[in-house]
Design a protein around this ligand. Structure first.
Ligand code: HEC
Ligand code: HEC
Ligand code: HEC
Length: 105
């Protein structure tokens, strides 16, 4: 192995380690609500180009189940509402959008 190969293997290894912990492909967080389940999908957010640091740990701790949020807080621009405000991402205030997060299942 030449030096470049070693560096590339190290880089690939590092990426694997951080991927294994990330909320992304296949990883989801679910909240039960009276309006139905809300499923947060890490992959959708990675694909949309959202960086880990935008959410961690300013908005969410890296621990499932640590966030207690009310819809009113979200509508007021906290938690998911920090981005889901109609500017960065679809608005939580639009009644047509409720079911994008709240599934009927
Ligand atoms: C759009 C916001 C957002 C982004 C971007 C995001 N996460 Fe998260 N992450 C969350 C939420 C929400 C939770 C669950 C928090 C809760 O339940 O209170 C979470 C939970 C986690 C957890 C804990 C999982 C567990 O089983 O306890 C880890 C680890 C984590 N994220 C790592 C990452 C990494 C690494 C990245 C970047 C690749 C990332 N997250 C990007 C929102 C995000
Ligand atoms: C960006 C995703 C998202 C959208 C869009 C959204 N919600 Fe929510 N909603 C949540 C999350 C997350 C929770 C909190 C779950 C928890 O912490 O238990 C929640 C909780 C709720 C609750 C439970 C009671 C409460 O006050 O927390 C109700 C009712 C609710 N939402 C109604 C709505 C309605 C009506 C709309 C559309 C106008 C809407 N939601 C749009 C994510 C969303
Ligand atoms: C740091 C910004 C940010 C935060 C915080 C955030 N999102 Fe998003 N979300 C985005 C962006 C950007 C998109 C993609 C653009 C769009 O769909 O409008 C997206 C897309 C989504 C989608 C649509 C995925 C699809 O393609 O079907 C859902 C559902 C969603 N977010 C739920 C949530 C929930 C639930 C939370 C809170 C737990 C949350 N988001 C917090 C930025 C964020």
């Amino acid at each position: 192995m030449n030096r470049l190969t070693v560096i590339m293997v190290m880089l690939a290894g590092g990426m694997f380690v951080s991927n294994a912990q990330a909320i992304q492909p296949g990883k989801t967080v679910t909240w039960e609500t009276p309006m139905g389940k809300v499923v947060f999908d890490g992959k959708n957010h990675m694909d949309a180009g959202v960086k880990c640091l935008e959410c961690h740990s300013k908005i969410f701790k890296m621990k499932k189940g640590s966030t207690v949020m009310k819809m009113a807080d979200i509508t007021a621009g906290k938690y998911c509402g920090k981005c889901h405000n109609g500017t960065r991402a679809f608005s939580v205030k639009d009644p047509d959008n409720c079911n994008i997060c709240h599934s009927k299942k």
